[in-house]
Ligand binder design. Structure first.
Ligand code: URA
Length: 243
């Protein structure tokens, strides 16, 4: 692995601010394989040995991945002068990691949101050619029907001429349905349903690829994901033929 500055490395671990970690290093609290390191500028390979703070071994992680149940009323951004963002829901040590949301949910949409500091991963999830499916539970005005299912399957053309790829619409009875899309156009699900005369009253993202929202998190809850879980993002929930 490439070398990096010791103070940056400790910051990336979410341990403290750049100023705090510099103080700890200068105070002799940081060691590599038992040898005290006193220079914050020193470059080292985080995988070259066991790094420790106050004698406690630290596990270096190049990137971080969190799942959040985004609540309604919070915007999908890293910072905003007036509104609460999804990053504001994290404790300070996680805010220091440089996380950002993968894709976007509207302020009044809830559900599965991934936060990461891995730009390549985020791009792979959101790039239209990746074809990663996103599933949404919707409550609408009116009752979606078989005509809507067919129109979604054929690929809708919205009022402004925007062409949508074929999408899934599963009827749950009454005003509830599940929409599955492979793209992430602006307000896409709301616009698709509105174009069928079924404006959305409630929207919640349930899954991205085969990664399902952990419903035990509760609104605003989050947890770290492991690599195995992460890979499910690029898998289909069901074989395509059954979708
Ligand atoms: N489609 C929408 O219309 N809104 C969202 O938040 C996500 C998908």
């Amino acid at each position: 692995m490439a070398t990096m500055r010791l103070d940056k490395l400790l910051c990336d671990l979410g341990l403290g601010s750049r100023r705090e970690v510099r103080d700890w290093i200068r105070a002799g609290r940081v060691a590599l394989d038992g040898a005290v390191l006193r220079s914050p500028e020193q470059k080292l390979d985080p995988e070259a040995g066991v790094l420790a703070l106050d004698g406690k071994a630290l596990r270096y992680q190049a990137n971080h991945y969190f799942m959040m149940d985004k609540p309604v009323g919070v915007i999908t951004a890293t910072e905003d002068p007036g509104q609460k963002t999804v990053l504001d829901l994290l404790p300070p040590e996680l805010r220091r990691l440089g996380l950002f949301p993968v894709g976007r949910l509207d302020k009044d949409t809830s559900g599965l949101l991934i936060l990461t500091d891995d730009g390549d991963f985020a791009h792979r999830v959101t790039a239209p050619k990746s074809g990663v499916e996103k599933r949404y539970l919707a409550e609408v005005e009116g009752v979606p029907d078989a005509g809507d299912v067919n129109a979604f399957a054929e690929g809708l053309i919205l009022g402004d001429g925007t062409r949508c790829l074929p999408a899934g619409l599963e009827l749950l009875g009454g005003d509830r349905c599940i929409v599955t899309v492979q793209e992430g156009k602006y307000h896409q699900v709301k616009r698709m349903l509105a174009s069928r005369g079924k404006p959305v009253r409630m929207l919640r993202r349930l899954s991205i690829g085969a990664l399902e929202l952990d419903e035990t998190l509760g609104p605003g809850g989050f947890r770290e994901m492991d690599q195995q879980e992460l890979c499910t993002v690029f898998l289909d929930r069901k074989p395509k033929t059954q979708a």
